[in-house]
Ligand binder design. Structure first.
Ligand SMILES: Cc1cc2nc3c(=O)[nH]c(=O)nc-3n(C[C@H](O)[C@H](O)[C@H](O)COP(=O)(O)OP(=O)(O)OC[C@H]3O[C@@H](n4cnc5c(N)ncnc54)[C@H](O)[C@@H]3O)c2cc1C
Length: 416
């Protein structure tokens, strides 16, 4: 089949790779001059199978009320006259119910486990270099309330077959000795040894090179303007002023997937949730951690990527702009410097922001749409790097007419 993949972020490139492995004839289109120039550019780096819990948690509505009007709140909902934002926001909040929250976590976890298996197999076959660390993720918490929540989630994860142990402060410092010099008052943490970290952008670049060798064509600087269609299928892609016919299409356009889907007459419940990262050069310092860290209190994740320490976090629902916001960037920078005061020079930090493609139930959209040849592999929210290989392997299997290794129904667009 002649297939067009729409987007060359981590999701689009992994999709192209698995499609090429199935023997498909693949072309990837992206408006940027290279792969991974948008949300996959400088994310938190975590492959966090142990963190499948949607942010739409039972305590989110109360927290949101407390955070109203605070520019330094971990999650900010900017009031706008945008009917899609309001509709999306209400549906998102409806997913905060305990039952729904854990049901979604279960579906995300199954995909994350499958994805980790696929990532490991892919890396062992292709030998990619992307500053990978296989030291697990240490999740820090502070105080009794956070400890109680961590223990509750640990029991749930253990029941789902995920190894995770509860540690006191000393135990966390044994896992990550750089924590010995912290200014944080964290009281303990959980340790998930199967988790990993790595540079999503490097991975995407390396995999696009391998995909090219498998015959995949990449058309960069190609803005996708729309589609031509009949009642039940999409026939052509219009990109860069040119029209081209394909047998099938896979939408992998990240936070912009909804806008592109609308051009095909489809409405997808995806909204951009902006986040920030800072990348601090560690200059050979051995006071920067190697273990990937999640700080539950400060709402940030930290990964060591070669000679850089990357910290990422915060969430802002404010449309499609990625303008810098120094208050929120400083929050992320200050948090990582509190945790690791000697990790590097904060004045040298490189600041970045990106848009997470978030669905209302935090579960990605993987499968066929009402057009029989138009598929989606998008909406991975805060876990696109973690879920990329598994999602891509599933969509490629589905399009090849195979029975997939994981039941794809929970991820289908039909649930909306
Ligand atoms: C601050 C932050 C921290 C994060 N940390 C983590 C983490 O630690 N672990 C994790 O698993 N995930 C993390 N994520 C989430 C993860 O980065 C995303 O889910 C993932 O990068 C999405 O990949 P994608 O390929 O779907 O989207 P993108 O990388 O955005 O790719 C979509 C591509 O589509 C192209 N495109 C869009 N519209 C058009 C058009 N009209 N024409 C042509 N091309 C188009 C874009 O140019 C882009 O290249 C984080 C995200 C953020 C913002």
């Amino acid at each position: 089949m002649k297939i067009a993949v729409l987007g060359a972020g981590v999701t689009g490139v992994t999709t192209a790779y698995y499609l090429a492995k199935e023997g498909q004839d693949v072309t990837v289109f992206d408006r940027q001059p290279a792969a991974a120039e948008e949300t996959s550019f400088a994310n938190g780096g975590q492959i966090s199978v142990s963190q499948p819990f949607p942010w739409s948690s039972p305590d989110l509505p109360g927290k949101l009320l407390k955070w109203i009007g605070r520019d330094d709140a971990p999650l900010v909902f900017r009031m706008k006259m945008d009917p899609h934002l309001w509709q999306w926001g209400i549906r998102y909040l409806l997913n905060c119910r305990t039952e729904t929250h854990y049901a979604s976590a279960g579906k995300i976890l199954s995909l994350a486990k499958h994805s980790l298996d696929c990532l490991r197999e892919l890396v062992s076959q292709e030998g990619l270099d992307y500053e990978r660390q296989q030291r697990g993720i240490l999740k820090l918490f502070e105080g009794d309330k956070e400890a109680e929540e961590a223990e509750h989630r640990r029991r749930w994860l253990n029941n789902q077959g995920i190894e995770q142990t509860l540690l006191d402060r000393r135990g966390c410092q044994d896992i990550e000795p750089a924590l010995a010099r912290t200014r944080s008052d964290f009281t303990g943490g959980t340790w998930s040894p199967q988790d990993e970290s790595g540079n999503a952008r490097d991975f995407t670049h390396a995999l696009s090179d391998i995909s090219e060798k498998l015959g995949v064509r990449f058309q960069y600087s190609a803005d996708i303007a729309g589609f031509e269609r009949t009642a039940d299928q999409i026939t052509h892609l219009v990109a860069d002023g040119k029209k081209e016919a394909f047998d099938a299409f896979v939408l992998c356009s990240g936070a912009f997937s909804r806008l592109l889907a609308l051009k095909a007459g489809l409405s997808l419940p995806i909204y951009p949730v902006k986040g920030y990262s800072v990348s601090i050069p560690v200059n050979g310092s051995n006071t920067a951690p190697l273990t990937s860290i999640t700080d539950e209190t400060r709402h940030i994740v930290i990964s060591r990527l070669g000679d850089t320490l990357r910290a990422a976090g915060t969430a802002e629902m404010n449309g499609y702009q990625t303008d810098p916001n120094p208050v929120r960037e400083d929050m992320v920078l200050q948090s990582v410097m509190d945790l690791f005061p000697d990790c590097g020079d904060p004045d040298q930090a490189v600041r970045w922001s990106g848009l997470r493609p978030m669905t209302t139930d935090s579960i990605p959209l993987i499968g066929q749409t009402r057009y029989r040849n138009f598929y989606t592999n998008t909406g991975h929210g805060p876990l696109g790097w973690t879920l990329s290989c598994g999602s891509a392997e599933l969509i490629a299997g589905l399009m090849a007419g195979k029975s997939t290794k994981l039941d794809i129904t929970p991820y289908s667009v039909d649930r909306f």
